[in-house]
Ligand binder design. Structure first.
Ligand code: 3HC
Length: 696
């Protein structure tokens, strides 16, 4: 008898079947103890004379999410997953496996090394290693192309795409679809293996000839991508060795995997993966959320329409309120259009759209919000308008309703104070387009109740968004930091860098779009309104660049009016607007600046140092709970290059001492703008990084 119970792997034997259960909640990650347990279990079952077949399955929500990400970057603890899987493939007794839930990375590689694979309905599988800056490092690059069409293997591995069980069966990745709970399905699979009804084979024995044309085309396609990331290209290089004997291919895979493990992109991408999860850890997470079934969105502009779309998709019934009936109807059409676009992208169906639209009502009567669980206002960004609206809502809304404001800068404490129930008021700052952008800043005012914060968190989860807790300040986490570093882009423009050069430099660095192209996209009138609002409190020592104001004075607000910094007559090419160039020239002359040259590196250094400086202040003031919260805001709301892991993760690559030195050097040009944040100085002095503050 070889029944064993280790912490993470459970083995039982009955009726000639050796059953191995992975039991490592929450996701059956294959860390060192699990790997050793698996190796021992397979060895023990091979040695047990009463066992004729081995079947593996996972307890909990999935077979396995793969290697334990927390081990990366630390010294490897034996045994290696790839050695354990080679041992499983070589097993003299047949090994079958059941895949359920979302089985990824090393979890799928484990399945590929078994002699037959049974998927359960609802399962999804994939090799997402490239999204973490790695490649499948436990035989995946060698075994997947042996099982499925070569181009499909290249696609799955280089994109990290997950496939549903039906597609996996069609591809040949699975042998069959089973039924019942995983342990039952594993017993059935083992019986099928014994009676010959499940085909058994060693994947490594299958001979294939990699198609060099497909490899070359994939490498060319990936090489033209920006930012240029090493992982997908190295993954394809590894796949190109899959025509060799598997031991040789695996040697190459291991070498390339090791190279990627040492590449800083891997750290940045895993930091980004963690950021999405760590931000959920906030003090209010323990409170019980209020039930949210119905919501009102006040304001049917782009933002209101996007928020209504997101809420409908999350399963709420939504009432959209506009001032005039015609505008309310237009908003309804715009929501339907958002759903149509989702259908075009293959993300939804006409049936789903029609069902969701049944949940949408439009009205012009504010009293219709009286019975609703949640109200989100997305009206004009003006404190008087918002406080007036909230005082009306206070009179209308039912007790216990959550009152959310989508303000992007204004003081949520003031808005809350306009009601008799500040505990129910919260900032819910969506990013445009609100149904697509993943970030939601949850702005917690002084008197917001913990369960209202927990409700926002739960709602964000339903909308599949990343909620980041922010304190109250002008612009919260994201727009406050943006307002600071955006000035730096303007200063560089005034001092001699062309706006096209600034955009290109930052796009080459990894941003999806440079700051001037973004301003044109968002609408130059938005920044103009903010600058006018802040004009009375602008410190006298602060440099002011009026180029954008001059452009706006002509009614050129960017893309929506056909011209801004750039011209938009041909949507495919971005051409500088000659009138904007003339304005730049005139403003430089008016300011009497001595023009200077900026290299692309100078541009990136100044821009990023400005961003990091303000981010450090936001952390020091407690507006953001941790540096990683700032990183999440920029990764999920501002197109920050994911492989750099966010501004404060990137800051640690430069190092606090080097940043202090940089700021002191820049301060020789502008003492007011360039001030060393206390937190940065402290980190430099104590030789720590922002990462150390994430441990709090
Ligand atoms: N290792 C360690 N911890 C993991 C993990 C992993 N592979 N996958 C998830 N976790 C942790 C999460 O960090 C989270 O921790 P927390 O509760 O402390 O925040 C917890 O498990 C639950 O995860 P989620 O909140 O993400 O749960 P979901 O149900 O929403 O999603 C999932 C589950 C789809 C498996 C998702 O977690 C995921 O995509 N995980 C990453 C999978 C992956 O990338 N695997 C490849 C790893 S690399 C590899 O295998 C290398 C190999 O080729 C050698």
């Amino acid at each position: 008898m070889v029944d064993t119970e280790s912490a993470l792997i459970r083995t039982t034997v009955a009726n000639a079947i050796g059953l191995i259960a992975l039991n490592n909640p929450p996701v059956n990650a294959l860390g060192a103890v699990a790997r050793q347990g698996l190796a021992d279990a397979v060895a023990a079952l091979n040695a047990a004379s009463e066992v004729q077949v081995i079947a593996i399955y996972g307890e909990g929500k999935a077979l396995s999410a793969g290697a334990d990400i927390r081990e990366f970057g630390k010294p490897l603890v034996a045994p290696r997953l790839s050695d354990v899987l080679d041992q499983i493939e070589a097993s003299l007794k047949p090994v079958v496996i059941v895949l359920h839930g979302t089985t990824l990375g090393g979890g799928l590689e484990l399945a590929l090394a078994c002699h037959a694979r049974v998927g359960l309905p609802g399962a999804h599988v994939g090799l997402p290693e490239v999204t973490l800056g790695l490649l499948p490092g436990a035989g995946g690059t060698q075994r997947l192309p042996r099982l499925i069409a070569f181009d499909k293997a290249i696609d799955m591995i280089s994109s990290g795409r997950q496939v549903a069980v039906e597609e996996a069966l069609d591809l040949g990745l699975l042998d069959t679809i089973g039924e019942g709970p995983p342990h039952q399905a594993a017993l059935s699979a083992a019986k099928a293996a014994l009676n010959g009804s499940l085909m058994l084979r060693r994947t490594g024995d299958i001979a294939i000839k990699p198609d060099s044309a497909t490899i070359a085309a994939a490498i060319e396609r990936l090489s033209s991508k920006r930012p240029l990331l090493a992982a997908p290209i190295k993954a394809i290089q590894a796949i190109s060795h899959s025509g060799e004997p598997i031991v040789e291919g695996i040697k190459t895979e291991r070498r390339l995997f090791g190279e990627l493990m040492d590449n800083p992109d891997r750290q940045g991408l895993i930091h980004a993966f963690n950021a999405e999860r760590v931000v959920r850890r906030i003090p209010e997470a323990a409170a019980t959320p209020r039930e949210m079934k119905t919501a009102a969105v006040i304001g049917g502009g782009t933002m209101g329409v996007g928020i209504a779309t997101a809420l409908l998709q999350a399963g709420l019934r939504v009432t959209l309120i506009e001032m005039a009936a015609e505008r309310a109807e237009m908003a309804k059409v715009a929501v339907a259009k958002n759903f149509d676009e989702a259908i075009k992208r293959g993300k939804s169906t006409a049936e789903a759209r029609d069902k969701l639209l049944l949940g949408l009502a439009v009205t012009t009567d504010l009293r219709d919000v009286a019975t609703l669980d949640l109200v989100i206002e997305a009206v004009f960004e003006d404190i008087a308008t918002k406080t007036e609206l909230f005082s009306k809502l206070d009179n209308i809304c039912k007790s216990g309703a959550v009152l959310g404001t989508n303000t992007s800068y204004l003081d949520v404490n003031l808005i809350a104070a306009a009601t008799s129930r500040p505990q129910d008021v919260i900032g819910l700052h969506f990013f445009s387009p609100a149904h697509l952008m993943r970030l939601l800043e949850v702005v917690v005012a002084d008197r917001t109740a913990p369960e209202v914060v927990a409700t926002a968190l739960a709602l964000s989860g339903r909308m599949k968004k990343v909620a980041v807790r922010s304190g109250v300040c002008d612009g919260f986490i994201g727009n406050r930091i943006l307002a600071h570093y955006r000035k730096m882009a303007d200063y560089m423009l005034l001092d001699g860098a062309a706006f096209e050069q600034i955009d290109h430099a930052l796009e080459d660095f990894g941003f999806a779009m440079g700051p001037f192209a973004v301003a044109d996209l968002a609408g130059l009138d938005i920044g103009w309104a903010t600058r006018k609002r802040k004009a009375p409190t602008r410190p006298a020592e602060e440099r002011y660049v009026a180029i954008a104001d001059r452009i706006c004075e002509h009614g050129w607000f960017g893309r929506k009016s056909g011209r801004g910094y750039y011209l938009y007559d041909d949507p495919k090419i971005r051409r500088p607007n000659p009138d904007a160039l003339a304005i730049v020239k005139a403003e430089r002359a008016a300011a009497g600046v001595t023009l200077r040259r900026f290299t692309d590196q100078d541009i990136v250094a100044r821009y990023m140092t400005a961003m990091i400086s303000e981010a450090a202040r936001v952390v020091a003031e407690g507006v953001a709970m941790r540096p990683i919260d700032v990183d999440a805001v920029f990764l999920f709301g501002y197109g920050f290059p994911r492989h750099l892991g966010g501004p404060l993760n990137y800051a640690d690559r430069i190092g606090a001492a080097a940043l202090v030195e940089r700021i002191e050097a820049f301060a020789k040009e502008d003492r007011y703008y360039w001030q060393v944040p206390d937190l940065l100085r402290q980190l430099a002095k104590t030789k720590r990084g922002f990462a150390d503050l994430n441990q709090r």
